[in-house]
Design a binder for this molecule. Sequence first.
Ligand SMILES: Nc1ncnc2c1ncn2[C@@H]1O[C@H](COP(=O)(O)OP(=O)(O)O)[C@@H](O)[C@H]1O
Ligand SMILES: N[C@@H](CCC(=O)OP(=O)(O)O)C(=O)O
Length: 282
Amino acid sequence: MNVRERLKDKKRIVVKIGSSSLTHPATGNLNLIKLEKLVRELSDLRNQGKEVVLVSSGAIAVGRKAAGLASKPKTIALKQACAAIGQGRLMMAYQKLFSEYNQIAAQILLTKGTMLDNLSRKNAQNTFEELLKMGAIPIVNENDTISTYEMEFGDNDTLSAIVAGLIDADLLILLSDIDGLFTDDPNKNKDAKFIEVVDKIDSDLLDMGKGSSGSNVGTGGMATKLTAARIATLAGADMIIANGEDLNVIHRIMEGENCGTIFLSDKSEDFYLVDYLVDTTY
Ligand SMILES: Nc1ncnc2c1ncn2[C@@H]1O[C@H](COP(=O)(O)OP(=O)(O)O)[C@@H](O)[C@H]1O
Ligand SMILES: N[C@@H](CCC(=O)OP(=O)(O)O)C(=O)O
């Protein structure tokens, strides 16, 4: 079967959207039209009987605007304070929009500590399962206000892949400000070539993500997306990086259209999520 065709049969889908896709570049304010479209697309996936989890960034960006800060917060404490303001506002917007489409939205905030502690991880997993059984849409973010350096995922690309692994999702879609993976950062190198399909993530490929984040609000750039691809594909999910500029891309992907870069699930190695987290924590 064509690799894109098999996307039509995906049942449990995690969608991650970054701060740069949720805010207006000129002002940093929430882009309500995009938020509305995102909610409509995800509600429609629910209406098709799919299970949907949203990993949404944006707490720090929204909180920063609400607090009236002129620039991106730099200290951990200031980022945490912005997240504390912004997370509630972000959820308020999601709750309002999802309820207009008759969907139940739920909030799940995770830390790496949650994932490393057996009891907390099991509790998180049970919560996801119950919510999905109810048909609710869990909206996940890092619990930024309590995550300090040793215990933070640090970026939601990695977090979304870990969530995909935790709940055995069969597809992870990362929505970004770029069409997908290129051989080099296309914002810096105009000769960079687009890559449509990746079936093995090796060290050459990981090197392609070494450029930094392209936007003023994004955190990880391509490096964290490639880390996410490694986790998600080894955990058994296909992963797509696609441009979140036009959120129609979500249903186009699900209909098997050739959008973004697809990373194919790779069960050739044994992969244990928790061992991976322990190895990358210390
Ligand atoms: N090999 C690459 N292919 C595509 N984009 C790359 C690459 N290397 C670095 N980048 C940069 O990564 C950026 C996307 O990451 P980021 O700004 O963190 O976005 P988001 O907020 O969507 O997560 C792109 O705009 C691009 O400038
Ligand atoms: N947890 C943080 C987002 C961290 C993050 O990875 O941001 P992004 O690069 O915009 O996906 C927040 O909600 O602001």
